[in-house]
Design a protein around this ligand. Structure first.
Ligand code: DAH
Length: 359
């Protein structure tokens, strides 16, 4: 019997130290200490032994059991430690590596400018609204108080689409103003939105491309008046151009959808053929604006005796050209990589009013 105990010990300890992995170890444990394991069988046998042998033998088996258990546990701990070390080694990183080389792609100046405009008006509490590029005559013209046959319709050099089955005349929107209509027809005032987006006109030269971008402004409530329009737009141009005391000038103008209508100029200098934004005595036209025409409010189902507000619209390319010194509008859309690298913006620098608008 003592021999059996010794041979089990020798065999088990050798097997444990030779086990290849945690699985093999577990199999060994079951073979010795499991329900029908060899050591368990010895303990079960105790009852059949003569009383005088039982005590001594029982002690020996228990010592064996403890030894084997301890050997298995020690090996298990060693396996776990080795597994952890392997994982640490495979997941390690070299914190002394240099940072990634700068991303090659850049943000297009149009995207950057739109983000800047959104950051400024967002800070003032405006939300972003949008609408479809393919519009119908009602939203692009009629509801904006362009009567049928009105010459202003022709001034827009509209791209018309083939007539639809529903009898509507579809077109590529000539401005972002139709989204004023869509917003007023779907949102209950107070309304404070900006509408950035693509617009289309059949025109092509240094300052015109068939597709370009505008951002529209719309404020509707019961009290907003022209002084709010002025304060809001003045604050915008000052922040956008980074000139704290930039002066603005409002000249009477005409748009069918506003009354009164105005064009806003900002101070500039053209000395020596170089354009500089600031209070230098000269003026530069920057956007169109006005108080929303009562007919427009009516077309949207709003009572002009109750509601009023202002609207404005400006060209994104134009304000981008002015701020970033880009001389030719057409280059925006030529996808020239050298141009994009030169005028592009770091893609992870999100403009904010407090954090800075440009890099
Ligand atoms: N929609 C006009 C255009 O494309 C720009 C404009 C002028 C928009 C005055 C406005 C506004 O909202 O009030 O020429």
């Amino acid at each position: 019997m003592t021999e059996t105990i010794d041979s089990i010990r020798t065999e088990m300890l050798a097997a444990v130290s030779g086990a290849a992995d945690a699985g093999a170890l577990e199999a060994l444990r079951v073979s010795a200490l499991g329900k029908s394991g060899r050591i368990t069988a010895l303990l079960k046998n105790l009852g059949t032994m003569p009383v005088e042998e039982r005590k001594g033998f029982g002690q020996q088996v228990n010592v064996l059991k403890d030894e084997v258990t301890a050997a298995i546990d020690a090996r298990k701990t060693a396996f776990a430690g080795a597994a952890l070390n392997a994982r640490l080694a495979s997941e390690s990183m070299d914190v002394s590596l240099p940072i990634r080389p700068e991303a090659k792609g850049t943000l297009h100046p149009i995207s950057q400018t739109m983000d800047e405009v959104a950051a400024i008006f967002g800070q003032m509490g405006f939300e972003i609204a949008d609408g479809p590029d393919v519009e119908d005559d009602f939203h692009n013209f009629t509801a904006l108080n362009f009567p049928p046959g009105h010459p202003a319709r022709e001034m827009h050099d509209t791209f018309f689409l083939p007539p639809g089955d529903d009898g509507n005349r579809y077109l590529l929107r000539t401005h972002t103003s139709p989204v004023q209509i869509r917003t007023m027809m779907s949102v209950k005032p107070p309304i404070r939105v900006i509408i950035p987006g693509r617009t289309y006109r059949c025109d092509y030269d240094m300052t015109h491309t068939p597709m370009f971008h505008q951002v529209e402004l719309l404020v509707i409530d019961t009290e907003t008046n022209m002084s709010h329009l002025r304060g809001c737009l003045q604050e915008f141009v000052r922040t956008y151009f980074g000139v704290d005391d930039l002066t603005t000038r409002f000249r009477p103008s005409f748009f069918p959808f506003t009354e009164p209508s105005a064009e806003m100029d900002i101070g500039c200098s053209r000395k020596g053929g170089e354009l500089k934004i600031g209070n230098y005595g000269d003026w530069l036209e920057i956007l169109g604006c006005g108080m929303v025409h009562p007919n427009v409010l009516k077309a949207c189902g709003l009572d002009p005796e109750v509601y009023q507000g202002f609207a404005a619209g400006m060209g994104i390319e134009r304000i981008a050209m002015l701020k970033y010194g880009i001389p030719d509008l057409r280059t925006f859309f030529e996808s020239d990589l050298r141009w994009l690298r030169h005028y592009g913006f770091a893609s992870l620098d999100v403009p904010t009013v407090t954090g800075g608008l440009t890099r």
